[in-house]
Design a binder for this molecule. Structure first.
Ligand code: SF4
Ligand code: SF4
Length: 108
């Protein structure tokens, strides 16, 4: 909710031309079982593995709001496991913020 940088394709993926980011692992998740959610937010990679759909700028299709400001996730309750791992202030968070040009967060 704080900035959304970790909801964007990381530079490493972009450099490799890889347009997929978070995998949707759980076949029983609502994201995969509800056709409307699947159509809007999920895309298959060339191996057929489901991933979160990204827009052309590399943002997750479920990210709402202005990057770096107040953002929210349109599928928060149904977000995949990978989305739940990043903690604010962690090395991965700070790297994502750096890559998207956002100042480090103030960590309590
Ligand atoms: S599903 Fe939500 S938490 Fe996960 S990358 Fe997309 S916007 Fe971020
Ligand atoms: S975990 Fe870090 S990069 Fe992700 S939204 Fe929070 S502050 Fe931004």
């Amino acid at each position: 909710m704080r900035c959304g940088a970790c909801c964007c394709n990381p530079d490493e993926n972009r450099a490799e031309g890889f347009p997929y980011y978070v995998e949707v692992e759980d076949p029983r998740s609502r994201l995969l079982s509800r056709e409307d959610l699947k159509k809007r937010y999920v895309v298959l990679d060339p191996e057929g593995m489901p991933h979160l759909r990204l827009d052309p700028s590399g943002r997750c299709a479920a990210l709402r709001g202005k990057l770096g400001g107040n953002v929210s996730c349109a599928i928060y309750a149904d977000r995949p496991r990978g989305c739940r791992k990043v903690e604010a202030g962690s090395p991965r968070c700070l790297q994502a913020r750096r890559e998207r040009g956002i100042d480090p967060p103030s960590v309590r």
